[in-house]
Design a protein. Structure first.
Length: 349
């Protein structure tokens, strides 16, 4: 263990949240835990996981005949705010460490986005992404090249499995880079992060892993994958359509600005200011205050403010995301153009 408080460094669980691999913790929650020293209270799953850790570790030792040792907290040689404490080091194998987990038996039926079980067969490296990240984090800090993940599945079967994970230097390097960016961009300056979904690092790792196998599968055999593929095609088509429209409008505005010899235009729309300026290379940079536009349009539509359900669905800590508000603005604008009242699910703030 370490005398340093957990708020003074990023650990393995923090890393999995920062890159979007942890379904139980967000980057914002990591940020709060570092700037306020707020400790996440133990829920029943966390409590029993802690209580059963030594029991599961003993079972692992009985099965593998390995000798275990609990290490001190380790820190990165170049970044003092990066650290972690592996559950156990294997004394008789200097290249191996052990992580211990408990999970519900029902998780064995869960599938990932590709329709593949999140827990693979025993001995494989197919484990939930947050555990994969933690193992890579600890292997990087210790210099060890393999990690065993011992898991006891709570349920009628009382299944005990050992998964084997190899060190991935590329993934570890990416994790360190993301951690340094997170600490320097958010924790030090006390700026709330607005990270959502995975950071791209996990996507890169999964892509490399998929290419290693090189199989071709029939998507019809995996309902979840099939549904995602259909939605991706639909979203891609919409994205392409809007990208084309965006370029058309940019070209039209630039042509008109060129005719007038204007490097900047400004104006008002429903009492909200907007402005477009020509930047280096001839590209227009939009700096419209879409939040003000949306609020103004909401009032004209008979609302005191933007509907609460819109804000709740598309904000982080009460701070609206402008791109969502722009979509709202577009919907109201189209409704007004058709001379009809927009359909709004909330008539009051």
């Amino acid at each position: 263990m370490s005398d340093r408080p957990r708020s003074s460094y990023l650990g393995g669980t923090d890393a999995s949240a920062i890159v979007g691999a942890n379904p139980y913790q967000t980057p914002f929650e990591v940020y709060i835990s570092k700037v306020t020293e707020q400790i996440t209270p133990l829920n029943p799953a966390m409590e029993w996981g802690t209580r059963l850790e030594s029991v599961i570790a003993q079972k692992y030792s009985d099965v593998t005949k390995h000798t275990l040792a609990q290490p001190q907290t380790l820190f990165h040689s170049a970044h003092s705010f990066i650290g972690g404490t592996p559950d156990y080091l294997i004394q008789d194998d200097p290249n191996l460490l052990l992580e211990v987990k408990t999970a519900s038996e029902s998780q064995l039926d869960l599938l990932d986005g590709e329709g593949v079980p999140i827990w693979g067969f025993e001995g494989s490296d197919i484990v939930p992404l947050q555990y994969l990240v933690q193992c890579q984090w600890y292997m990087g800090l210790t210099g060890r090249r393999r990690a065993d993940l011992a898991v006891f599945f709570l349920g009628a079967s009382r299944d005990f499995r050992i998964y084997s994970i190899k060190f991935d230097p590329e993934l570890y390097s990416g994790l360190i880079k993301k951690a340094v960016e997170f600490w320097n961009n958010f924790v030090i300056p006390r700026i709330e992060p607005a990270l959502q979904g995975n950071s791209g690092l996990i996507t890169e790792y999964l892509s490399r892993k998929a290419l290693e196998r090189g199989k071709e599968v029939d998507v019809a055999e995996y309902p979840t994958m099939f549904d995602c593929a259909i939605e991706l095609e639909r979203v891609s088509a919409i994205k392409k359509e809007y990208e084309t429209l965006e370029e058309d409008y940019k070209t039209a505005i630039l042509a008109l600005m060129a005719q007038q010899g204007a490097s900047r235009i400004k104006g008002t729309f429903d009492n909200a200011n907007f402005s477009i300026a020509i930047q280096g290379g001839g590209e227009g940079k939009e700096i419209t205050d879409w939040q003000s536009v949306a609020l103004s349009l909401a009032r004209n539509a008979g609302l005191d403010s933007i509907p609460n359900n819109l804000i709740e669905a598309n904000t982080i800590q009460g701070k609206p995301k402008k791109h969502y508000l722009r979509a709202y603005f577009d919907g109201v604008r189209k409704a007004r153009k058709k001379n009809m009242q927009p359909e709004l699910s909330n008539k009051t703030a």
